[in-house]
Each structure stands twice: as structure tokens, then as C-alpha cells.
Design a protein around this ligand. Structure first.
Ligand SMILES: [Zn+2]
Length: 373
């Protein structure tokens, strides 16, 4: 009886194995650690602040028509306030993009981003398109949609992409995420495999656009801070898959891959052209754990953790400042005060590193990477 039972189920077992394997679960080819480092580990003392110029290579400007910033501020007043702040704070250049979740916002509008780019000219790089790619791909994945079901929608996206990639105001694509969890209590979930075919159709289209020096900013979160589930394979395997599939994109791995320096060292060695931006956030353990599990490079006083400082000094050419500021996203203000706070954090942090490293990370690396100097 047992044998017959087994024989009946064996084919089902093998068939289901085939289905799973045909989806090809991504895993990185390198070894990594899943360790979460203690927040009270050794930090480096800040002797003096870094006072030189800063190239902020990761910032956001988020406008919804009829909401927030836009309600009280005109395009001109937003653009002028941001420009004035950059001047005052000695921020020589900035890269602006939409947040990964921008596609979920009602009446999301990129016109003010374009206006800022027109005013700042070569001082600013503008990345496009995530507001109609990231959440769309996530939604389709949740609906289990296949490329064949989405022919019309993909055609529409390709039309938008063609237009945007031909627009000289844009220098690339970002911030794209395929793993993005709830770190503040109100963020929507993005979770789909990097090799989801409709997503790849879009990336293939971008790769075939012949846009030179196409920057691509990628965000992946290896840990869901809410329950500490590990998505390391999916994050690093997915990122590796994309880096290899699109070698001509100028890749930036956002927020230093949100993983400890030992993993970052391995990733940077594996991909010699890859750059990382990093931000300085507080590590809070509250109801939503925020960035506490995502290996912030500093403690809450903005002193670099010794392990991060050592890695940055060991590989000083690979990191760039990326405040991750969100102009206009929350409340009714542009977020100028918050931006000044962010820059202050970086001046403290950079002041603890050796001078050569501080200068490279603060602006020289980004100038070489973006300006092709
Ligand atoms: Zn991000």
C-alpha cells in the first residue's frame, strides 16, 4: 500500500521540482555573512569636521500635484530654495531621482525635478523612470502576470522610456528597487525577483536605448526589518544577476547595499566598476526597526563604526555621499532644515576619516564617476 502511495506521488514531486527550478531562484556566486552587527561596537572619534565641498549623489525631490510642497510653494520657490541651500552648504553637485515607491503616489509629477535640472544645469544629474517601473513590476509580480499578459502595458512603458531616455535632461534610471521593506511604519512593500521576466523586458529596453553613460541606481534590502527575515540570496543574487546582465550600465548600489562592511568588501571586489552611495540614518529599535538591522555606517552621533571607516580607507575610490534626503516628501515644507542636518552629519562622519579618503568620498569619486573627469 505504501509503495503504491509513493509511486502516485513521485511524479507530482518531480513535476513541482521542475516548476520551481524553471523559475531559477537567484543566489549570489559569492559567500556572504548574515550577521547583524551590534550597534554599540567600536566607533572612531571625530577630531574635526570635514569642511570641503560635497557632491551629493543620492537625493530625492518628490512632488504630488495638489499635495504637500506643491500646495504652498511654486515651482520657482522650490527650485530657488534648493539652489540657495546647495550654495550655502557647499554642495557642489547633486543627483536627484524619484524614490522607489513614487509609482504609488497619486498625481506624482516630475516637472519640478526637470525645472531644477534646467536651473542647476551641469551641477545636477537627474535619473528617471522608476515611478512607472518599480511599483508596476511589483504589482504585476503579485498578480502573477506573464509577459504575454502585459503586451499592451509594456508597449506603453516602452513609449515613455523612449521619450525619457532621449531627453537630455536625464542621465539614467533610478532609484529602482526589487526589495524594499517597511522601515518607517508607512512604507509599501516591494518584493519581486530581479529576474522577473516583465521587469527584464523593461531593463533590456533601457540597455538597448544606446544612451551613453547610463547611470543606474539600485536599492535592495537584504533583511526585512519588521521581522528580521533574511532576503540575502534574493538581494545579492538579484543584484549580481543584474550587474552581469547589464554590464554597460554605470551601476550605483544604493545605501552601501544595506549590509555589513565585510559583505560590502566582497561585493566591491567582485564588481570592480561598481560604486556605492551611503547615507547616515539613526539606528532606532522601535515598533518598526528602521535601519537598525541594515548596517548603518555610523552610530547615532555620526561617528563612523571602526569597521566601516577601515573599509572606506581601504577602498577609498568606491564610496560616494548620498544623503537620501527627500525634498518635499513629507509635511508641507521643502525639507531644507532636514537637508542641512544631513549635510552636518556627513561633515562629522567624513572628519573622522583620513583626509585623502574624506576628499574622495565627499566629491572626487562622484566627479570622476558622473562628470567623467
Ligand atoms: Zn533607497
Amino acid at each position: 500500500m505504501k509503495k503504491i502511495y509513493l509511486l502516485c506521488f513521485l511524479p507530482i514531486f518531480f513535476m513541482s521540482f521542475l516548476i520551481v527550478s524553471s523559475e531559477e531562484k537567484l543566489k549570489p556566486t559569492f559567500k556572504y555573512s548574515k550577521e547583524v552587527l551590534p550597534l554599540d561596537r567600536e566607533t572612531r572619534e571625530i577630531r574635526q569636521r570635514y569642511r570641503g565641498k560635497i557632491f551629493d549623489s543620492h537625493a530625492h525631490l518628490t512632488i504630488r500635484e495638489g499635495g504637500y510642497c506643491d500646495e504652498e510653494e511654486s515651482t520657482n520657490s522650490i527650485v530657488n530654495a534648493i539652489k540657495k541651500t546647495l550654495d550655502e552648504q557647499n554642495v557642489s553637485q547633486i543627483t536627484i531621482m524619484s524614490v522607489p515607491n513614487s509609482g504609488r503616489m497619486k498625481n506624482y509629477n516630475v516637472d519640478v525635478q526637470k525645472s531644477l535640472k534646467k536651473v542647476l544645469g551641469k551641477r545636477m544629474y537627474l535619473l528617471c523612470c522608476t515611478h512607472y517601473i518599480t511599483n508596476w513590476a511589483n504589482q504585476q509580480y503579485e498578480n502573477k502576470a506573464k509577459v504575454n499578459d502585459l503586451k499592451d502595458e509594456l508597449k506603453e512603458i516602452f513609449t515613455r522610456l523612449n521619450k525619457d531616455l532621449q531627453n537630455p535632461l536625464y542621465s539614467g534610471v533610478g532609484e529602482i528597487a526589487f526589495l524594499h521593506f517597511n522601515k518607517r511604519g508607512h512604507q509599501a512593500l516591494i518584493k519581486f525577483p530581479a529576474n522577473y521576466p516583465p521587469f527584464l523586458k523593461i531593463l533590456d529596453k533601457i540597455a538597448n536605448s544606446n544612451k551613453k553613460n547610463l547611470y543606474f541606481n539600485l536599492h535592495t534590502e537584504p533583511i526585512d526589518s519588521d521581522n528580521q527575515d533574511s532576503y540575502h540570496d534574493m538581494a545579492f543574487g538579484g543584484a549580481e544577476f543584474l550587474f552581469k546582465r547589464y554590464p554597460n550600465f554605470k551601476w550605483v548600489y544604493a545605501h552601501s547595499a544595506m549590509t555589513p562592511p565585510s559583505n560590502v568588501r566582497i561585493i566591491l571586489k567582485r564588481f570592480p566598476n561598481l560604486m556605492m552611495d551611503f547615507n547616515l540614518k539613526k539606528s532606532h529599535i522601535r515598533d518598526h526597526n528602521g535601519w537598525a538591522y541594515l548596517s548603518n555606517p555610523s552610530n547615532n552621533e555620526w561617528e563612523p563604526y571602526e569597521d566601516w571607516a577601515e573599509l572606506m580607507e581601504e577602498m577609498p575610490d568606491r564610496f560616494m555621499v548620498g544623503t537620501d534626503t527627500k525634498f518635499c516628501q513629507r509635511g508641507h515644507t521643502i525639507g531644507i532644515r532636514n537637508y542641512k542636518k544631513q549635510i552636518k552629519r556627513f561633515r562629522k562622519f567624513l572628519g573622522a576619516l583620513n583626509r585623502e579618503t574624506a576628499e574622495k568620498i565627499s566629491y572626487k569619486n562622484a566627479e570622476i564617476f558622473f562628470n567623467n573627469k
